[in-house]
Design a protein around this ligand. Structure first.
Ligand SMILES: Cc1cc2nc3c(=O)[nH]c(=O)nc-3n(C[C@H](O)[C@H](O)[C@H](O)COP(=O)(O)OP(=O)(O)OC[C@H]3O[C@@H](n4cnc5c(N)ncnc54)[C@H](O)[C@@H]3O)c2cc1C
Length: 499
């Protein structure tokens, strides 16, 4: 059934960060816009709502940050070292983490537009705050930022989505909830609308341009097993249940080019008793990212990764895969009292899998599923391993490493010798998938011949080619915002030529 009731120049599929940025951008460039969202209104915002609101952008010192965080001038920041995170540093991180596979053109656009897009988001009501305490520890009376993330969105993911949707509402953009897109209307002129389900009916919604911003396939167990491999169907989903890969499939059905790391994904350590999909009441707090200060133990009672290879912002997205590869698909993070003050709030939530004891002998039987005898041997060997005589410093790659172990810990390798010992049980939580649609630097979806499909744009998780193997924390929201904004503008301009 065709429906003129929802006619618009541009249809945006999805209502998360990338979609809201696309819709607002299309609107400010003169288009009428309708957004289609699969979820009910109370669950709106997709994975973007589940985020902690970390946002990665290039900046050249405190002056730039003051522009984005005007409240900074009211804070006493004399004990804070801001440093810089230049475009070159951002490029280096993206290259290193993706093993130099990230699409150079898309990566360049994301990085070079990161600061101005953050500033643009501010005009849409998004507020930022400093990440003191989580991404800068106080050492010797001074905070020093590490990992390129001095700011997060005020109110986290829910704050981001509230702000963007308030602007969407003010712009008069209609959001049709519980209206999943199921296909694209496609003819000789390219894409001319969307087929969607609403209130038990199939509708054909016409538009002059469509922006797909409806997530990857992380919430689809069948696709995870098919593309990511064995046992990925058993992974927990950290966020929304609605990102089932439909948007990607719709585009492939009209000839779009798949690209990127289809067997790769962002996956982290996640409470082993968390529900199968994300729970907005807990948000991202099932995550346990302070493993850099722990000894990580698997079911065999053995260590299996270099916990201190780098700051967690550069390893957490690939260590979920390491946990999934362990027998029983779980692991325990063990800490002593020397570091508990450094652990994030996520380690103090009510719904947590945690045990503690005053000795390792008492702790061993409490570590469910673990070979206790081997665990004791592992801890003993870890504590006895020789180390250089350097000071522990959580703000830098301190070089406090073990030597002579099968797997050494490269930094922050303090001995575990101050009880009581705390242990946290984790499994693998998948965040989002890396494979997706090939787009141009103007967010146009390309076909298999490398030509833009007229009228079709994409942004956010369902874009392929940006992440391979690993991920730089805070860049998912940035990629969605940059390409959403560009795609919205492009869709509005294209729609104007078709009117
Ligand atoms: C727990 C967690 C924490 C994270 N923390 C951060 C962080 O701090 N910083 C960061 O940069 N990134 C973070 N990420 C990653 C980040 O969430 C994503 O990269 C980003 O939000 C993706 O935005 P998006 O708009 O592409 O997708 P989403 O925000 O997921 O939006 C997609 C929307 O499309 C809808 N949809 C799906 N299928 C259809 C359909 N067929 N029709 C209509 N609608 C559909 C979904 O319901 C959803 O609302 C985190 C992710 C999770 C899960």
């Amino acid at each position: 059934m065709s429906s003129s009731e929802f006619a618009a120049d541009v249809i945006v599929v999805g209502a998360g960060n990338a979609a809201a940025c696309a819709a607002l951008s299309a609107h400010e460039n003169g288009a009428s816009v309708v957004m289609l969202e699969a979820s009910p209104q109370e669950l709106r915002g997709g994975n973007s709502t589940f985020t902690g609101g970390m946002l990665r952008f290039a900046y050249n010192g405190a002056g730039d940050l003051k522009r984005l965080v005007p409240d900074m001038v009211e804070q006493d920041l004399s004990n804070v070292e801001f440093d810089t995170y230049t475009e070159a540093q951002f490029f280096d991180d993206m290259g290193r983490l993706t093993q130099y596979r990230c699409d150079p053109d898309l990566t360049e656009v994301m990085i070079k537009r990161s600061f101005e897009t953050t500033d643009w988001m501010r005009t849409k009501g998004v507020r930022l705050e400093l990440t003191l305490g989580s991404h800068a520890f106080k050492v010797g009376g001074k905070f020093k930022f590490w990992g390129g993330l001095p700011c997060q969105i005020w109110g986290g993911g829910p704050g981001l989505i509230d702000a963007l949707h308030t602007s969407v509402g003010k712009a008069g953009i209609r959001v049709l909830y519980e209206t999943p897109a199921i296909g694209l209307l496609h003819g000789d002129q390219g894409v001319i609308g969307v087929r969607a389900r609403r209130e038990g009916r199939t509708l054909e919604l016409r538009a002059n341009a469509v922006v797909l911003a409806c997530g990857g396939f992380e919430s689809n167990a069948e696709m995870r097993a098919r593309y990511l491999g064995p046992n990925w169907d058993l992974a927990h989903v950290r966020g929304t249940r609605f990102n089932t890969g439909r948007g990607i499939q719709m585009a492939l059905d009209v000839g779009a080019m798949p690209t990127g790391h289809w067997s790769g994904c962002h996956a982290t350590e996640w409470d082993m008793n968390a529900p199968p999909f994300g729970d907005l009441a807990v948000g991202d707090s099932f995550q346990k990212h302070n493993y850099t200060f722990c000894v990580y133990i698997n079911a065999k009672g053995e260590r299996f990764v270099d916990e201190g290879a780098d700051f967690h912002t550069y390893t957490y997205a690939k260590y979920g895969r390491e946990v999934l590869a362990q027998p029983g698909l779980f692991a325990w993070q063990i800490f002593d009292q020397k570091v508990t003050h450094l652990l994030r709030e996520d380690y103090r939530i009510k719904r947590i899998t945690k045990v503690e004891a005053n000795t390792f002998e008492e702790l061993a039987p409490k570590l469910e599923g673990v070979d206790g005898r081997r665990f004791l041997e592992t801890i003993k060997a870890f504590n006895e391993a020789p180390r250089p005589d350097v000071a522990f410093d959580p703000n830098s790659l301190d070089g406090l490493c073990t030597r002579g172990l099968a797997i050494n810990k490269s930094n922050w390798a303090q001995r575990l010798d101050k009880p009581p010992y705390h242990a946290y049980g984790v499994t693998c939580g998948v965040t989002f998938t890396f494979g997706g649609l090939k787009i141009t630097t103007r967010s146009e979806v390309e076909d298999t011949a490398g030509k833009p499909i007229p009228g079709l744009y994409a942004a956010g998780e369902l874009v392929g080619g940006i992440y391979y193997h690993n991920y730089a924390s805070g860049s998912g929201l940035m990629s969605g915002a940059v390409f959403g904004r560009i795609g919205g503008r492009g869709a509005a301009a294209y729609a104007a030529t078709r009117r």
